[in-house]
Write a protein that binds this ligand. Structure first.
Ligand SMILES: [Zn+2]
Length: 287
């Protein structure tokens, strides 16, 4: 089974050290992209007359690295600008941006995650055990209104836009959806786990229902727990609501997918209420 990344016009197929860019219609090879160990982004053989395709590819590679770059944010705009102009000045600017993002991701953040895990006494092989990638905190947030507990909630700007589009569309079909929890910081996730530890729950049990700090999709600002406004939120019977039925049919049209279906390979409990926006990427399994 080969996992490919797919944008509106392109397919990115993994190479040993990067991604091959293909035309989605006829699968012809357009070029390649790579971010190497020094966080330098290089590209090759892409048709120079296809700047939009290059941008699409850059955003996808950025997102694949869990950088979640919003094309409309200042960072996204510089990325786009630098990427589209082939001169060496821009190339350096682009590499500076990549270096900045990747360093803050690899260094400072990973250190904070490790320190938090030690404090909570989490297993050192957590990432391998649960097969979960580390998730960076969103670089930018925008408000999506209050949740069912009247707490203000936030998502990454592009995910917030997609959530608004999706919930409006559901509303037009007569289906109500309310946020329960969207963006969570590393510290907030740590406090959720800490509370369960204090209640005397076993650490393995806790980790089946709460991701370890640093590994929650909620850090990205792209995940949202959804409630139908009936009954208790975050219960398995959410799958019997009209909201769940609507999401199952339409969420992908808005870029949202359910992260933890029944019997998922991570060994995380079934969470029918937890949906995540994956910017401009649809994972396709083409076997
Ligand atoms: Zn969730």
């Amino acid at each position: 089974m080969q996992i490919l990344l797919c944008t509106p016009h392109l397919i990115l197929a993994p190479l040993d050290d990067g991604w091959e860019i293909q035309n989605k219609q006829n699968r012809s090879r357009l070029g390649w992209l790579r971010i190497d160990q020094d966080s330098r982004l290089t590209r090759g053989q892409v048709e120079p007359e296809d700047p939009e395709l290059l941008h699409e590819a850059a955003v996808v590679v950025g997102a694949q690295r869990e950088q979640r770059v919003d094309p409309d944010s200042p960072l996204g705009r510089s990325l786009q600008e630098a990427f589209l102009n082939g001169d060496s000045g821009s190339e350096n600017a682009l590499q500076d941006i990549c270096r900045q993002v990747v360093q803050s991701w690899q260094g400072r953040y990973a250190d904070r995650v490790t320190a938090t895990h030690r404090q909570l006494g989490l297993p050192e092989d957590y990432a391998e055990q649960y097969q979960l990638p580390m998730v960076q905190e969103a670089l930018e947030l925008s408000p999506i209104g209050q949740d069912v507990f009247e707490r203000p909630q936030f998502m990454a700007p592009f995910a917030a836009r997609a959530w608004r589009r999706m919930s409006r569309s559901a509303m037009a079909d007569g289906v109500s959806m309310f946020p329960v929890s969207a963006f969570r910081s590393l510290e907030y996730q740590a406090s959720l786990v800490q509370k369960k530890v204090e209640r005397g729950l076993d650490i393995d049990e806790i980790l089946k229902s709460s991701a370890a700090p640093g590994y929650s999709e909620h850090h990205s600002g792209c995940a949202i727990d959804i409630d139908a406004g009936k009954g208790k939120p975050l219960e398995e019977d959410f799958e019997e609501t009209d909201a769940f039925a609507w999401l199952t049919e339409h969420a992908l049209e808005f870029g949202f997918r359910m992260s933890f279906p029944r019997d998922n390979p991570h060994g995380i409990a079934y969470e029918p209420w937890h949906w995540a926006y994956t910017p401009e990427i649809w994972m396709l399994n083409l076997s």
